[in-house]
Design a protein around this ligand. Sequence first.
Ligand code: S3P
Length: 426
Amino acid sequence: MNKTIKPINYLRGEISLPGDKSISHRAVLIGGISSGKTRARNFLEAIDSMHTVSAFREMGVDVKVSKKEVIVFGSGLRGLAKPARKLYLGNSGTTMRILPGLLAGQNFEATLTGDPSLSKRPMKRITEPLREMGVDISAGGGDTPPLVIRGGRVNAIKYSTKVASAQVKSCILLAGLYADGVTCVTEPFTSRDHTERMLEFFGAKISKSNGTVSVVGKAELRGSEFFVPGDISSAAFFIAGAALLEGSDLTVREVGLNPTRMGFIDVLLRMGANIKVTTKIDALEPYGDIKVKFASLKSVVIEKSEVPLLIDEVPILSVLAAQARGQTIIKGISELRVKETDRIFSITENLKRMGVEIRAENENLVISGSKKRFEKAVLDSFKDHRTAMAMAIAALFSKGECIVRDTECISTSFPEFFTMLETLQT
Ligand code: S3P
């Protein structure tokens, strides 16, 4: 579906967003191997998270999803049933990379497949540590999906990851639940910590020190209840729109404020944005309200160590940088090449079509900001939800009507995106 977008002057109003995608996946992944009932309110009913739900149903877990709530009747650590067919995970890289960790401890063989984009994404980052843990796992040529996991015995390891990745860390920690002893994961930089928070909340012994997270094996997990805060990565699109458009006044209610996801807000504040984080509730996952008004932005340098804290926000951050005074440099973003699409290409190609001076230089993105509205253009999602939403927001700040091609992909993480955007324009 192609979407025509007209330029506007402001985003105004109050919104509450669907639940965080990363936390929603984990509610099912961790709830499914716990004992008893897990209930998560404000669960994200998007295509990606529903693929995790389907996979667990295929493995005999009773998962009920209704009215933005998920209830998972967990099967216990080793209680999953052999699926009758291959588990199809669509576009969901998070499910593909985390699920093998807990399949490592089951007594059956399972095959995980995905759509053409997911089938090209690198899996060596999880097959390597899992093999080191003694797990029998094979991937397609080039270490891409499909993955075949023959679960059984798992050994504890101490592992240092080459990339800072919450998916890899989560996979290893979940496999570590099945081992005797302590499994430790050390990352070059801190990545989002939803898995370790939820494991601890459900009764596992977790410790953290100097970039290393450890889990004690043979844990007893008990199901629990919690609220899934609004997805800060989805909020980022509206926050950016409000920061760009002069008459804006936007409040995003009950949005996640986990420090390992706050890179986008921190960078925006450095750019001079008018953002206020108001109430803060300290729960399993902290949340609060974010208020945004227009402000004239200035350029910024984002260091490699900050990138994991805003990894999914680089496309929309690039749009903002294109409107900020001066030259913005986002360093160390090679991971963007292996997301749902090559996001370095998708961002540079689209923003160039809108008249922006932008280039990829080694591992960095260099963007020259100008205060002028973007040129009108035909833009492409490249079948990537975050590219599509970032370009839809850029189109609001253009000189004329733009088209964003292939916007169906937005439903993988945020089916309500366009409807909510419309409510903020009246
Ligand atoms: C995610 C981790 C990130 C992020 C993805 C969700 C997660 O990926 O890009 O959208 O839920 O763990 P990496 O772990 O590859 O950085």
